[in-house]
Design a protein around this ligand. Sequence first.
Ligand SMILES: Nc1ncnc2c1ncn2[C@@H]1O[C@H](COP(=O)(O)OP(=O)(O)OP(=O)(O)O)[C@@H](O)[C@H]1O
Length: 292
Amino acid sequence: MAASAYEISVDGLTYSHVPDTPPSLTNVNIHLPKGSRTILVGANGAGKSTLLQILAGKRLISTPGTDVRIKGRDVFRSTPEGITFLGTEWAMNPVVRGDIVVSDFLNSVGGYRHKARRDLLLDILDVDLDWHMHQISDGERRRVQLVMGLMADWDVLLLDEVTVDLDVLVRNDLLQFLKKDSETRGATILYATHIFDGLNEFPTHVAHMHLGTFLMEPTPWPFANAAAGGVTTVDLGPNPSLYAVALQWLAEDRDRRRALENGGRKRRGARRDHSLRDGWRLFDWKEAANFI
Ligand SMILES: Nc1ncnc2c1ncn2[C@@H]1O[C@H](COP(=O)(O)OP(=O)(O)OP(=O)(O)O)[C@@H](O)[C@H]1O
């Protein structure tokens, strides 16, 4: 299939947040069909958020040979319509912690234009239009964000761990809504999460990221084969749950990372006292206690 036939296509993507430092993404190549729902599995620091932010057009990349397209259009040069990105940093913005009533807030971002969908989402996410944004909990603020982000029809939804602070009932209802919406409208979802329970029925594809690369590119889910199609080193039995697969992958990733560290090929940061530079000392709690 030509790259433009995919809803999301990434070719030759390498990216460093800071010039001349090890890349957070290295030669990423993924191709996702329209209507797919892909779960990105990877340890903290694997590169999931970086990839989602790039797809959302939040970072400009002009490296020759890099091609990042959504709906066939270059996300850096001719950003397509219909992409919704929902990340965790939104809730930190002082603007959405101000004294504004939820109904006014949603109207200010066009809620009146999508009333039927907005009302459905208010119901699913159990959001009260009379709430004041500065008087609600983090999880409630997250629910308002989801109503805001999902009330207009989207073609491609990029979700970066935004279900983490939802209660299980709301999260379950939301996932069912997203699945149905994606099936009905052929909309595409790429979802990075660390919470795998209740997720087995959601994805059409699952992918495995580690240290900025895809150890397994998006692969149709479920994995029927007993050894998970060779994607893990141990036999997880028939039809393993996503939780079991993720747990195994992350354990293997940790071993792989530690082997790199032990071989002196750490990517960044000190993790052990023997990694500290000359002249550095470990924190001494007994010494520190004298100052309390
Ligand atoms: N703004 C930044 N400046 C410099 N380095 C960054 C920045 N953001 C992320 N990184 C680095 O890029 C790498 C990938 O980070 P990223 O946030 O994409 O990982 P992640 O898979 O989303 O992790 P998590 O599961 O913890 O959210 C990490 O090594 C991280 O330290």
